[in-house]
Design a binder for this molecule. Structure first.
Ligand SMILES: [Fe+2]
Length: 410
């Protein structure tokens, strides 16, 4: 379906105001941030701050800024993270948010911005309470210095926050949280370990594929998605195999940015809907949860949009123009599975995952399916799943990819 058109009206395309891209971009953070204010709140995790913090503080101070730091961002940032960072913001009278890190730091920065501009409690801005576009006033300027490739959060209107009081995650979606400047320096991704190169890379590929097949996709988001799928499938294994391959790191950085631009304008679908509850059960990083689900959901969904899945296969060089769409569509899921095998994703379950016994897993499948449905993301899937179908997918994933003696793990 093409937009904008008279029947469907206009579409809002969001993007950061500026993208600073390429090797050395991180050295220019001060130049950009200082155009928006004098006192920066630098938000990072301790680990990332230890690696890159000094140089970012230096570029900000060289540009005449004063820097206040908050370095306690956790993976899957919590309500408490955001509240504590916001306290620093208020107490120190800051005027620009600079995030250093991947999705967790960026989302913490967005959360600070929401509270700074709107007050109240961050929990109240979740889509379950405030709806989509539930943040009335735009955040102060956010300069997102990205260190992963990646969540694409520097280009999106989404914020994912963990509510520790209920052990659940909630989502905030608003055009008023899109960062002002995205700084994409591939040099910063050199320090990403293989495991996280794998997790963040497959997350980005999932964003691109889900946006491409989403029922909300349209010409503009499709262009971002096509480019992202091509770049990521060409460069993912190269960046994983040799983290110093700066050309591959650069392609991954661009690919994940475009994947972020694709999904923030077309939405994610069933994979992300199922990944949040699965990730919570297995205690695995978000990208690994996606990787476990993506091939199965592609196989399940291909019949509803064979031309789209066939194009994915062609973009991944898994089918050519002469292959009939239905056949090529099946090849797309296989191509993703091969990519996951190439980067050894299944092996990370041992290190990062906590797979329950089959009986314990089956006992929570119904609850996971309900959580997936409640997220709203399955509604964007080309094949609309029933609750029973989602449950069957979860069981299939267990038997094929999670059980210690399953085909994908042995
Ligand atoms: Fe994601």
């Amino acid at each position: 379906m093409e937009y904008p058109d008279p029947e469907h009206g206009t579409r809002l395309v969001v993007s950061p105001s500026k993208v600073v891209l390429g090797r050395g971009a991180a050295e220019e953070v001060g130049d950009y941030a200082s155009t928006y204010g004098r006192r920066a709140l630098l938000v990072a995790s301790e680990v990332i701050f230890d690696i890159h913090g000094e140089s970012i503080v230096e570029t900000l101070e060289s540009a005449g800024m004063e820097v206040v730091t908050y370095t306690d961002v956790r993976p899957d940032p919590t309500v408490e993270n955001i509240e504590a960072a916001f306290e620093r913001w208020q107490a120190e009278d800051c005027d620009v948010i600079v995030t250093l890190g991947g999705g967790s730091s960026i989302d913490t920065g967005k959360g600070v911005g929401i509270l700074a501009a709107n007050g109240g409690s961050i929990r109240d801005y979740g889509v379950d309470r405030a709806g989509y576009e539930g943040v009335p006033t735009p955040t102060p300027p956010i300069v997102a210095v990205n260190t992963t490739a990646g969540t694409g959060s520097e280009a999106t209107r989404s914020v994912v926050v963990t509510d520790e009081s209920t052990a659940t995650k909630f989502l905030i979606v608003s055009q008023n949280v899109v960062p002002t400047v995205a700084v994409e320096d591939p040099e910063l991704t050199r320090s990403l370990p293989r495991s996280h190169t794998a997790f963040t890379g497959i997350d980005a590929l999932t964003h691109a594929i889900e946006a491409f097949v989403s029922v909300q996709s349209y010409s503009v988001s499709d262009d971002y998605a096509r480019s992202a799928i091509r770049r990521i499938s060409d460069s993912f294994t190269k960046a994983w195999a040799n983290g110093d391959n700066i050309e591959a790191r650069t392609e991954m950085m661009i690919g994940q940015l475009q994947a972020g631009q694709a999904f923030t304008n077309a939405s994610v679908a069933l994979v992300h809907g199922m990944a949040r509850p699965l990730g919570a059960q297995l205690h695995v990083p978000h990208g690994l949860a996606n990787a476990l689900i993506l091939p199965y959901v592609m196989e399940f969904s291909a019949m509803a949009a064979p031309e789209k899945y066939a194009e994915i296969a062609r973009l991944m060089d898994a089918a050519d123009d002469d292959t009939p769409d239905r056949e090529a569509a099946d090849a797309a899921a296989d191509a993703v599975l091969d990519l996951c095998t190439d980067v050894d994703l299944a092996s990370y379950l041992d290190e990062f995952g906590d797979v329950p016994e089959r009986g314990d897993y089956l006992a929570v499948v119904g609850e996971m399916a309900q959580d997936a449905i409640d997220s709203g993301s399955p509604d964007n899937n080309p094949r609309k799943p029933t609750r029973k179908e989602i449950e069957s997918l979860y069981v299939r994933i267990y038997d094929d990819a999670l059980a210690p003696d399953s085909p994908r793990r042995s």
